[in-house]
Design a protein around this ligand. Sequence first.
Ligand SMILES: [Fe+2]
Length: 177
Amino acid sequence: MGLERYLRQFPLLGKIENRSWLEAACRIWDGFEQSCSWEDTEQAMLNINPVKGTLADYIRAIMSISYESAKILSSVYSLDIDFDILLLSAFLHDTSKLVEYEKTADGYRKSYIGEIYQHGFLSAHSALNENLPEEVVSNIICHTPQSNHKICTIEGIIIAFADKMITSSKEIAGLSI
Ligand SMILES: [Fe+2]
């Protein structure tokens, strides 16, 4: 695992104080990288339609929006936000997209794994396997509209709204979802 590489690729990982959680999160990315069809995960697409951009850009955006929002919420409203939980959840919530989509000869498509598992399930499973906090597992499971379970943490709410902000902005801008 190249922790330095992840810190360069996703700089806000450097704000995570718990080193063992950070290393576990990078191992999870490593695992998905090794089993995905993308040679370079910077090229991995977020979704079927290329106008949605890359997964890596999206993760960086979610981490930044979530981090800045959490700073405001904690300073103005004194909300008790765990920034390690927040950043770990933001970093991992969509990692399973690396295997939920796959490259084809002329583009990419949803994979068999992407068809049979609910989005995020594999990320949550990996987080559980790495003994990351239950809140991280829950935030990953609940972040998607596919989930039938309500979001249970402040950190999860922040990430879900960051996700919605990006998706809704693209809708209004006329970009395909
Ligand atoms: Fe997602």
